[in-house]
Design a binder for this molecule. Structure first.
Ligand code: CA
Length: 455
């Protein structure tokens, strides 16, 4: 089933929620992402909401009075709605919300009492993870990222022979997925020996890093033993959020052979507060990245005409840093990188199809990370590991510097960074722009690093 462009994407559509009509606001009526908000009242509960402008619309309240026919009244959950309802009804929920919030619809606009119950002002502190995470899998779908990293660790053999045949991934931990704004304690662990054959180090991670990724939230599961076809894969996706896959590089280097990442990755993963729906993203779809003529084509189970033509997402992703000193001095965060999600070697549909081809069952609320989003240029590298590295495998001719030569990032305070220091805040943003359509955004995914516990 394809996600169509319809009247909800009309760039001229305005809302009676005035802040949504500000061209600088990334949450116009064309966006309407899901989030979950903690209501600090007598009920002390977490409820589903939709963000519009600088306000949140509580979906339960609208469902309860019958203004959202397709939403189950009671406790509405976007993930459950996606799981239980036919595709057409999911689209209907978006259309009803869009209509209710549009400038000329009086149903909610002119009903003061209902509006007071259904709409609350945005308070970032009350936003929690926008879904209840089930399982978490992280992929490695950027050829640029994989090649950069491969060049550092294996200059003679950067890309392993399986890379262009299967979307590489590993199973992470859902228990340590945290909301944007949560402080992250620097992890402690074993580190690679200084010289080959030596003893490992132990202590706080010295090479702490971020990874700029997009995550897809699974809305509909599949039965154990029943793979999801490439044609049906997008039907299983509720929408996308920003994901920071915090990474301890010195722990990773020591532990990743032969079974892949473990403690270097599972101490924390931060997600943005919003799920931008597949419906909202319809105008920003693009072809899957075109493979080099010399590259193998995907096997038939991961190939389809639709995936080739519209399997990609044109989403700009940006990373910023602010040290504690910068914040004390009131300085703006410094821009580190800009990349585009359309440059991924594997599409999200291919990841879902591959994940289930053996019969593995995905469940509503599962999170699949895309892998670090990097592009062909230095300014498009989605991790510090890549950003401060002096090599360039995509230059002509390639420049590959073995070992650990790095150029630090110099902050406006004069501080230098090769990796993340205590007190640093990493801020990730993502947005979609296309001529003829209203820009929509994903909000921010933030986290400050706290010192490690004493060991
Ligand atoms: Ca990752």
């Amino acid at each position: 089933m394809a996600y169509a462009i319809d009247e909800t994407h009309d760039q001229n559509l305005k809302s009676w929620v005035e802040s949504a009509n500000d061209p600088k606001n990334d949450f116009p009526i064309q966006n309407l992402p899901w989030c979950q908000v903690f209501l600090d009242d007598e009920d002390q509960c977490v409820v589903t909401a939709v963000r519009i402008g600088n306000s949140l619309v509580l979906v339960d309240v609208l469902a309860h009075v019958g203004l959202l026919e397709e939403a189950n009244s009671g406790e509405f959950s976007a993930v459950e709605a996606c799981d239980e309802q036919p595709f057409e009804d999911r689209v209907k929920i978006r259309k009803q919300l869009s209509k209710l919030l549009s400038a000329d619809c009086p149903d909610l606009r002119d009903n003061d009492e209902l509006r007071q119950h259904a709409i609350i002002e945005l308070d970032d502190d009350n936003l929690v993870i926008p879904f209840f995470p089930g399982d978490y899998t992280d992929f490695y779908a950027s050829l640029f990222h994989a090649t950069n990293v491969g060049c550092m660790f294996r200059p003679d053999n950067p890309l392993l022979p399986n890379y262009k045949h299967i979307p590489i991934g590993y199973h992470g931990r859902a228990s340590s997925i945290v909301a944007s704004g949560t402080s992250i304690k620097r992890p402690v662990g074993q580190q690679a020996p200084a010289e080959e054959g030596g003893s490992p180090g132990f202590g706080p991670c010295k090479l702490l890093d971020y990874e700029m990724e997009m995550g897809v939230v699974v809305g509909r599961g599949n039965e154990l033993g029943e793979p999801v076809s490439i044609e049906d894969a997008e039907d299983h996706m509720l929408g996308l959020c920003i994901l920071n896959d915090w990474s301890a590089r010195d722990l990773q280097k020591w532990e990743y052979v032969p079974l892949g990442p473990f403690l270097a990755k599972n101490f924390a993963s931060t997600v943005s507060p919003y799920i931008v729906t597949m419906e909202a993203l319809a105008p920003f779809r693009c072809p899957a990245e075109e493979r080099d003529a010399a590259d193998p084509q995907p096997l038939a189970y991961m190939d389809s005409d639709a995936n080739r033509k519209t399997g990609g997402f044109d989403i700009k992703v940006e990373v910023f840093i602010a040290s504690a000193k910068m914040r004390e001095q009131g300085m703006e965060p410094v821009h580190l990188s800009t990349a585009n999600f359309k440059d991924m070697y594997w599409t999200l549909a291919q990841m879902i199809t591959h994940h289930t081809v053996n019969g593995c069952n995905l469940q509503p609320g599962d999170l699949l990370g895309s892998g670090t989003i990097s592009g062909p240029t230095r300014g498009a590298r989605g991790s510090m590991l890549e950003l401060t590295w002096d090599g360039d495998p995509f230059a002509n001719p390639p420049v590959i510097v073995p070992g650990t030569q790095r150029t630090p990032i110099v902050l406006p305070t004069g501080e230098e960074r090769k990796f993340i220091a205590d007190g640093d805040e990493i801020i990730m943003k993502a947005y979609c722009e296309r001529e003829g359509f209203r820009r929509i955004g994903f909000g921010e995914c933030r986290g400050i690093i706290e010192p490690a516990r004493t060991v």
